[in-house]
Design a protein around this ligand. Sequence first.
Ligand SMILES: [Zn+2]
Length: 292
Amino acid sequence: MADKRIQIVRQGNREVCRENYFRIESEKDLLYFTFDGLENTGIVKHCFSSRLGGVSKEHLGTMNLSYTRGDEQENVDENYRRIARVLGCQTDDIVCSDQTHTTNVRKVTTKDKGKGVITSRDYSDIDGLITNEPGVVLATFYADCVPLFIVDPVHRAIGLSHSGWRGTVNRMGAVTLQGMEREYGTRPEDVQVAIGPSICQACYEVSRDVAEAFREAFPLQRENKKLLYQKNEEKFQLNLWYANECVFREAGVPKEQIEVTDICTCCNSDILFSHRASKGMRGNLGAFLMLK
Ligand SMILES: [Zn+2]
């Protein structure tokens, strides 16, 4: 399998290097990822954070965006301020998910700004966020699971969803699109999608029951080694990137409007948080998406 290590070559303070769809950028030491396809819609700001550029220590070092993994609150507050600077917003513009591996999608508005960062959330079990209001920054969190960014330039609406194996087998990408269709009239053929940094197939070993769940949920890909590679009687390697791409294709999103990551959190656990690589001793990465 291809090497998923990122080769970072520093070139001043801005663009560091480029692989496929990605732009890896930095503001001083704060390294983050963007997708050209999302940028090119001209209507959003977005980023996916790395471990670099924050103030947290040790296994949470340095850009941890979780308040519930043992970090000092003031460290996390400062990390959010730095991310907000990259996005050109304030920390109280950010609205956070409450991820529990569901396919629950919540429509959020200006009234929800700050929830999960400045104020507590008045909702729970929310793995996807949608909005059509400019300036509302959607935020979801990661350490191997898959971030799904959706931009509808026609109806000026956005969605951002967390999709681990449970979310993927339950087609979180399609569920998020359905929420956008219901609320904003979004059509799958119009959207630009990005499937962000997360665990690669080589690193993602799953047991037979998970493999069977995917075979059932993706009958067209049942025997496709690109989706599931059988290592031995009990162990399989699952490709969450490809599975999520299949979800969007089957929902009607044209292939050329889907950007798929080639950056693995686990292969790059020195600069990205990986639950597997760290055996759970890790902070949270963040995905952020807002309408200008
Ligand atoms: Zn990997």
